[in-house]
Structure formats: C-alpha cells, structure tokens
Write a protein that binds this ligand. Sequence first.
Ligand SMILES: [Zn+2]
Length: 237
Amino acid sequence: LRLTDVTAAMFQQFRDYVDTVLVPIGAIESHGAHAPLGTDCLIAERIVRELEEQFSGRVLALPSIAYGHCFALKDSAGTIDIPDDVLREYVYHAIRPFRDWGIRYVIFVNGHGGNSNALNQVSERLVEDGFTVCISNWWLDYQAEIQKIAPGTGHGGEDETSVIMAIDADLVKLEFAGQFTPTVTPGLRYPKMNRDLYPEGYSGNPAAATSEKGEQILKLVIQRLTQQITSLWLGSY
Ligand SMILES: [Zn+2]
C-alpha cells in the first residue's frame, strides 16, 4: 500500500489492519561527478518499496521526504540544504497525523547522515505522542557486514555508488569516479570545511563500485530490516 495511490475511502478501511508507516528520507546533495544528486533519496525509496512489497497489508509506504539537511556540502552545485529545525518541524508534522489514524509504528528509512539530528529529535516527540519509532541508517547499521561486500565506505563511495548502480546503472558515470580520503579531524566544524572534506563532492573509492555489490548490499539491508520490523511487531526489542 502506498499513501500516494489510495483514495480517502480506501485509507479509512486500512485503519483496521495497517499499523506501520515506512518513511523514506534522503537529500538532494552532490555525490561527486559520478553519482546522482538524489542518491540518498533513491536508495531509501528502493528499500521502502521492497519492504512494502514484503509486508503489504500491514504497512503503508509514505512518499519520500526528498530534501534533507546538508551541512558540509551546502555550497556544492546541486545541493539543497534544509536547516535542521525546519526539517525537524516538517517531518514531525508530516507524521504526527498518522497517530489519529491508528498507526503505531514509524520506520524512518534514512539515506543521509545529515538528517540524523533532526530525526532523533522528531522521534522523541513522536514517542511522546504514543508511536514506537525506528530510525534505520542502512550504511551505518550494517556497516561491518556491508564492508565484507564492498570494503570502501565514504560519501558517494564504493558502497553507496554500488547500490545506485544496482538500482539504475545508467545513473552512475563510473568514468568520472576517482578516489579521495579526507583527513579532517572528527568532530571539527569550520567554515568552508567541504573544501577539505569533499573537494570533489565525494569521498572513498567509487571506482571500485559494481552493480553486483550493490545488489548484495540491498539484499542484506532488506533482510536485516525485515527481521527488525518483525521483531518490532512481536515486541521483542
Ligand atoms: Zn549519500
């Protein structure tokens, strides 16, 4: 079930058996010369589509929250930065009404690290409203397992670029993929830090990306999330 595709009358009937919303959230952000601006969003949408197919009947897939908070890359061409507090309010008000329609579980499928502050704060408010909330950050939550498939991480790096290739290989211009390892001290923030962190809009080794690795990563992420959602419903968390 997808929220965009149902009528109001159909929506009313779901109340009896749909108790979970899946929320894809990403960013419109530079991912180097090789990967699309919507990378984070496209990956979150793909994960949600597969979960929705598996759990159809009990879950409602919401349309994406495509724009996110982008600090480090906000001066890069094509990056749209939504301030943290604006994103927080927007996401909260987009989800809050579902409480009145019988939804108990909110699964944020997040594709972008910059959204984490806002999502953590939104989750606390949603929990106060009575929801149980799960924030899934695919590239972090299963990092150890993903690195067995694609050893390189990074922004627009080997793992992320592989997943985009699995979704749609035409979106990746691998001939423009380079290799870059930033040397910025963790926890440090300073003006124009993107020049050091992402001088070309990416980090890692996207040249090593393949669609086969991307398919394996997607399979792993879907498996793990399927287990997590099932456990959530069983109350074993
Ligand atoms: Zn990304």
